[in-house]
Design a protein. Structure first.
Length: 428
């Protein structure tokens, strides 16, 4: 049988900023503020484990193709590691390492008992059939069977994956143990033990943090406008829930381009259009198409980058008009843009706080699976909102205490918690 290795080589990071370097530069600033000792610094800066696997998959045409997959466990000091799995052609080991570390900091910011991990496979799911994606997902799960576990490492969805992939993962893992193990993965379909409220949880958390930040800035949601980059799980839910709070969503985008309506886009219509057109906004008539790069520097009060890393850089930061940036995506702002944004006095609710609603409700899903009990949607929403509001206030107070940005403050809160736990666990 012919074996093609076309998807095996990782995409180079040459033309992009390196998210791992961005993560480390903020980590270093926070470590300095906290006066972290050398031992703790060295333990926290590098991942505990990096696993790279080759996954042979029989494609629909009978050819075998080998895919490269990763799982990076950054840290387990606070508990079992937690983090999503990304299917995308740009997946790169350094990116997965950054994403795994961000999971450690994110779980610590919202004070849930998890460490951090992230996974990814270099693939383009938009060109694969459901059967090919299923075989890839099952192959990845088998390759990671000794890494995953309800008390060890608990995956979830990220870009390019959703409840369908999580169901296959749960089923394949359960076969290896001979027991149905719903708690091995979160973001599952409801019938398999998924939690009410998980699908929209990340977008809802973005909305909650945006409203909390607007309150601090004295901005009235009903008099404010917003642009959202990325119209997938996080972006579309954030846009919908922000519009329900009265904000005018003037711009949205996906890989097909950006769409602008000065009078506000009808988000329910945009979502319905996307769902009916292969997940894309291309051809949507409720807005005018514009250059994708223009969206980030468009005249809006609030900007929500909810797609990929490093879209805000030293090259466009100066042109941003928004007074508030709420990071739905992980790592959308390169470290090179931080000083420019700070000097422009734009408030940034950083990724590890703003998008933590997803992992928070994942935690609730895991708790419900372990209890064998289901919570009502109201209970999920109310508890997640409380956790996020408390985390926001803690980060805001830390920013004031040290006179630093919300981003550095979030790292300070997170690293302090993990470092203190490390000291207790180490016995001194
Ligand atoms: N899902 C979750 O619960 C969580 C996700 N996140 C982060 O949020 C971000 C988005 O994830 P999620 O919504 O799940 O992913 P999805 O795959 O559901 O959606 C990604 C969206 O981004 C669009 N996109 C991709 N590249 C670009 C680009 N260069 N410019 C504009 N749009 C682009 C995609 O367009 P198209 O579909 O046309 O390709 C799609 O609309 C990621 O950074 C992820 O790590 C963070 C916390 C939790
Ligand atoms: O829901 C989860 O467990 C993790 C989601 C995720 O990958 C993220 O927050 O970046």
């Amino acid at each position: 049988m012919a074996v093609s290795t076309v998807y095996k080589e990782p995409a180079p990071l040459v033309d992009r900023e390196n998210p791992l370097e961005s993560m480390m530069s903020r980590f270093n600033v926070a470590a300095e503020i906290l006066g972290l000792d050398d031992e703790t610094y060295n333990v926290l800066k590098a991942p505990d484990k990096q696993i790279i696997v080759n996954i042979p998959v029989t494609m629909d045409n009978g050819q075998r193709r080998v895919f490269e997959g990763y799982r990076v466990v950054h840290n387990t000091i606070l508990g079992p590691s937690k983090g999503g799995i990304r299917y995308d052609m740009h997946v790169h080991l350094d990116e997965v390492k950054a994403l795994a570390a961000w999971m450690t900091w994110k779980c610590a910011v919202v004070d849930i008992p998890y460490g951090g991990a992230k996974g990814g496979i270099i693939c383009d799911p938009t060109t694969m059939s459901p059967g090919e994606i299923e075989r890839l997902t099952r192959g990845y799960t088998l390759a990671m069977k000794d890494v995953f576990g309800p008390d060890r490492d608990i995956p979830a969805p990220d870009m390019g994956t959703g409840p369908r992939e999580m169901a296959w993962l749960m089923d394949e893992f359960s076969k290896t143990t001979g027991m149905t193990s719903p708690a091995v993965v979160t973001g599952k379909p409801l019938v398999l033990g998924g939690s009410l409220g998980r699908v929209e949880a990340t977008g809802r958390g973005v909305m909650v943090s945006a409203i909390a930040a607007m309150k601090k800035l004295g901005m009235d949601p009903k008099q404010s406008s917003v642009a959202v980059q990325g119209f997938g799980n996080v972006g579309s839910w954030a846009a919908k829930l922000l519009s329900e709070k009265g904000l005018k969503v003037k711009g949205v985008s996906d890989i097909s381009g950006a769409y602008w309506n000065e009078n506000g886009i009808n988000i329910d219509e945009a979502i319905a259009y996307k769902n009916a057109h292969n997940g894309r906004l291309d051809g949507f008539t409720g807005a005018v198409k514009m250059d994708a790069d223009e969206l980030l520097i468009s005249p809006v009060d609030v900007l929500v980058p909810a797609a990929v890393e490093d879209v805000i850089t030293e090259h466009n930061a100066n042109d941003i008009k928004a007074k508030l940036i709420v990071e739905g995506a992980n790592g959308p702002t390169a470290a090179s843009a931080d000083p420019i944004i700070r000097d422009k006095k734009i408030m940034v609710v950083p990724d590890i706080l703003a998008n933590s609603g997803g992992v928070t409700v994942s935690y609730f899903e895991w708790v419900q699976n372990r209890l064998g009990y289901k919570w009502s949607e109201n209970m999920v929403i109310e508890r997640a909102e409380r956790i996020m509001t408390d985390a926001f206030e803690k980060v805001y107070a830390t920013a004031e205490k040290y006179n630093v940005t919300m981003r550095i403050a979030a790292y300070v809160v997170a690293i302090d918690k993990v470092a203190q736990t490390y000291k207790y666990r180490g016995g001194f």
